[in-house]
Ligand binder design. Structure first.
Ligand SMILES: Cc1cc2nc3c(=O)[nH]c(=O)nc-3n(C[C@H](O)[C@H](O)[C@H](O)COP(=O)(O)OP(=O)(O)OC[C@H]3O[C@@H](n4cnc5c(N)ncnc54)[C@H](O)[C@@H]3O)c2cc1C
Length: 291
């Protein structure tokens, strides 16, 4: 099927972009186009006018200050991979981006597009959930921040209003004692949508005790999600081999996967347990308290 005809609006500033969106909220923003163009061509999405965000330099920066890292919505997966501040404060995101699609797609696909598209299998989502990320939305009505855990509302549904643009992702700076591990299972080694993915992060104190734990899952529920009961198993019992096994079971129980071309629901649930366990055992090895 060929790409249908559409009007293209190409603002050069964020101000012009949100003004254009306020005047015509039915407009579909386009970032890298790696999801949207495929959907337009397949007639899964209809849009008469696209709002091209590609010329707005202020949406592409990655900055760090004394309390947070801010990744512009138009930063590509490739931009994230080569940024030293992201490597230092969000290595979990870097791990996920390394396994994201292929170099060709990584050069076009944006981090904002990945979240705004709200696929259950969005690979940037689990690491960003585990990093306590907050998304910033802008419209002519002003700016607001939404915790990423509140942003996803369902398959392809988010808290973004039609006149809002996602402008950036805020991530707290990493604190000493932070350990993280990521696992993705796809049907091949590259260019593969996740069958399941897992992002884990803990903060251990000087004595090796687990002070905080985050476990986030992708592709195993209508939205990427954090699994609070599994996280609590680690903070309650410590970062041990036994607690890792308990947390992995609890994480699998919290999933609500579907059968699709990439795997059955039962397989996804089993694989989730295995991936969470493997990621947590990596953390135990890096700095568990051995109890
Ligand atoms: C071959 C191939 C392999 C892929 N592999 C992976 C993979 O491994 N992992 C993965 O997670 N995904 C993968 N994808 C899907 C896709 O590449 C990603 O989801 C990508 O991050 C989407 O970003 P984009 O910039 O291309 O978004 P677009 O396609 O431009 O936009 C996607 C949606 O988000 C909206 N949007 C974009 N930016 C904004 C914004 N700033 N504010 C508001 N709304 C916005 C658009 O209106 C649209 O609805 C793959 C796609 C292809 C074609």
């Amino acid at each position: 099927m060929t790409l249908p005809a559409f009007e293209l609006v190409q603002p050069r500033s964020l101000r012009d972009a949100i003004d254009a969106l306020a005047a015509a909220p039915g407009m579909e923003p386009i970032a890298g186009g790696t999801s949207l163009l495929v959907d337009l061509r397949g007639a899964r999405v209809k849009a008469e006018t696209l709002l091209d965000l590609g010329r707005i330099d202020e949406l592409r920066g990655i900055t760090i200050d004394s309390h947070e890292l801010v990744i512009g919505a138009m930063a590509t997966i490739a931009d994230v991979l080569k940024n030293p501040a992201v490597a230092e404060h969000a290595p979990l995101l870097v791990e996920a981006c390394r396994l994201f699609a292929s170099p060709l797609v990584r050069n076009r696909a944006t981090i904002g597009g990945n979240l705004a598209y709200a696929s259950p299998a969005a690979d940037a989502a689990p690491p960003l959930l585990a990093l306590d990320a907050v998304v910033e939305l802008r419209s002519v009505r002003g700016r607001r921040q939404v915790a990423l855990a509140e942003f996803f509302k369902g398959v392809r549904k988010t808290a973004r209003k039609p006149d809002e643009l996602l402008v950036g992702i805020h991530i707290p700076r990493a604190v000493p004692g932070t350990l993280s591990a990521y696992r993705k299972l796809g049907l091949r080694k590259a260019d593969s949508i996740s069958v399941a993915s897992v992002a884990t992060r803990v903060v251990v104190d000087m004595a090796g005790r687990c002070q905080a734990a985050r476990i986030a899952l992708g592709a195993v529920a209508p939205v990427p999600l954090r699994v609070a009961k599994a996280e609590a198993a680690l903070t309650r019992h410590g970062l041990t081999v036994e607690a890792a096994a308990d947390a992995a079971k609890l994480a699998a129980e919290a999933t609500s996967p579907i059968d699709d071309v990439r795997g059955t629901a039962a397989y996804r649930r089993r694989v989730t347990e295995t991936l969470v366990k493997r990621a947590l055992l990596e953390l135990v090895e890096k700095g568990g308290d051995g109890r």
